[in-house]
Design a protein around this ligand. Structure first.
Ligand SMILES: [Fe+2]
Length: 317
C-alpha cells in the first residue's frame, strides 16, 4: 500500500519550547522578503520589521537606485541583504543564514519575469490572530479550501487547475496556466508570500510571537491605481485575507483541544504543505540533535515533542 505523508503533530502548533527550537532552527537561518524597492522610495525613511523577535530596519540611504541598508533595530549592526535584478529586497535576521544564492538557488529566473519596480506602494496593515504561524502557512500552501472559503477568489482562479511547484526554500502556486500574466503566487520559506493578482500586488509576512498560539499578520499592498480603483482591489484582497484568518482561528482551536493529533496529506493537492512541513521537521530535528549533543539537555518538554514525533513516525520507529 502506498504510504501517505503525515502532518506535523498538533503539539507542534501549541508548544513554546518547540517554537523556541523552530526559532533557532528555521527563522534565524532564513531569508525574508521585505518588499519591492518601491516600498523604500523616501530617502532616510526607516521602515521597521520584526521577525521572530528580531527587530530590523530597512532604509533607503540615497537617490541611487538600490541603495538600501537593512540593520538591527537595536544594535544598528547591518544584516546581509540582497536586491534582485527585478527589484525585490530580501534580508536575513542573523549571521547564521547562508548566502542568498545558497538559500534560493533557483529563484532568479522566476522572479525575473516581473518588473517589481513598477508597482507603487500603497498601504500596509498588521494585526494579531489566535493561531500558530504554521496554521496560516498550511492554508496558504494548499487550495483545497479555496472553493468553499474564497467564493469570490475562486471565480477568477478556479481550483481545478491549481498546482504548486516546490523548489529549494520556495513554492510557486499556479492558479490558472491560461492567465500567465495575472496571478503570480510565491511562498518563501518559512513565512513570506508574494501575490500578484487582481491588477495589484500584495506581500504578507506570518510573524510568530512568543506565544505559539498567537501570530502577527503583516500585509503590504501595491497598485498602479489610487482612489476608487485601488480601494476596489483592496476590498477584494482583504475579503480573501479575512476568510483565511477566520479559518485559521478555527483550525487552531481544534489543534489546541487535544482531540486531533495528526492527519495525512493529499498526495496531489497538498504537496506544498508536505514540502514546507518536511523542511521544518528536518531543520528542527537537526537542531535538536546538535543541541542535545553539545549540552546536558534540560528541555524536557521539547524532548517529549520529539519523542512523540518519533513514536508515530513509521520511518523512525
Ligand atoms: Fe485561503
Amino acid at each position: 500500500m502506498a504510504s501517505f505523508t503525515r502532518t506535523l503533530p498538533a503539539s507542534w502548533y501549541c508548544s513554546s519550547p518547540l517554537y523556541q527550537l523552530e526559532r533557532r532552527a528555521v527563522f534565524l537561518k532564513a531569508w525574508y522578503l521585505l518588499g519591492p524597492v518601491t516600498r523604500f522610495q523616501v530617502v532616510g525613511e526607516e521602515v521597521g520589521y520584526e521577525v521572530a523577535q528580531v527587530s530590523l530596519t530597512a532604509c533607503r540611504m540615497s537617490e541611487t537606485p538600490g541603495d538600501i541598508k537593512v540593520y538591527d533595530g537595536k544594535t544598528g549592526l547591518e544584516f546581509k541583504a540582497y536586491i534582485t535584478e527585478t527589484g525585490l529586497l530580501f534580508s536575513t535576521i542573523s549571521d547564521e543564514a547562508p548566502s542568498f544564492d545558497e538559500f534560493f538557488p533557483d529563484l532568479k529566473p522566476l522572479i525575473g519575469t516581473v518588473d517589481f519596480t513598477k508597482l507603487p506602494y500603497r498601504r500596509s496593515i498588521k494585526y494579531e490572530g489566535n493561531f500558530n504561524w504554521k496554521t496560516m502557512v498550511d492554508g496558504y500552501q494548499e487550495c483545497l479550501h479555496c472553493q468553499y472559503t474564497h467564493p469570490s477568489f475562486s471565480v477568477y482562479y478556479p481550483p481545478t487547475f491549481y498546482t504548486v511547484y516546490n523548489h529549494k526554500n520556495f513554492s510557486q502556486h499556479v492558479a490558472d496556466p491560461k492567465k500567465a500574466d495575472d496571478g503570480l503566487f510565491l511562498y518563501f520559506f518559512p513565512n513570506c508570500t508574494l501575490n500578484v493578482y487582481g491588477g495589484g500586488m500584495s506581500s504578507f509576512r506570518v510573524c510568530p510571537t512568543e506565544k505559539p498560539g498567537v501570530t502577527r499578520m503583516e500585509f503590504d499592498y501595491y497598485h498602479q491605481e489610487t482612489g476608487e480603483k485601488f480601494e476596489e482591489y483592496f476590498k477584494f484582497v482583504r475579503q480573501v485575507a479575512m476568510e483565511d484568518y477566520e479559518l485559521c482561528e478555527k483550525a487552531q482551536e481544534n489543534l489546541e483541544r487535544g482531540i486531533y493529533a495528526e492527519g495525512i496529506l493529499n498526495p496531489v493537492k497538498e504537496t506544498g504543505v508536505a514540502f514546507y512541513q518536511q523542511r521544518v521537521l528536518d531543520l528542527v530535528c537537526a537542531q535538536h540533535e546538535a543541541e542535545t549533543e553539545s549540552t546536558t539537555d534540560t528541555h524536557y518538554e521539547t524532548n517529549n515533542h520529539m519523542r512523540q514525533w518519533k513514536l508515530v513516525d513509521p520511518a523512525t520507529s
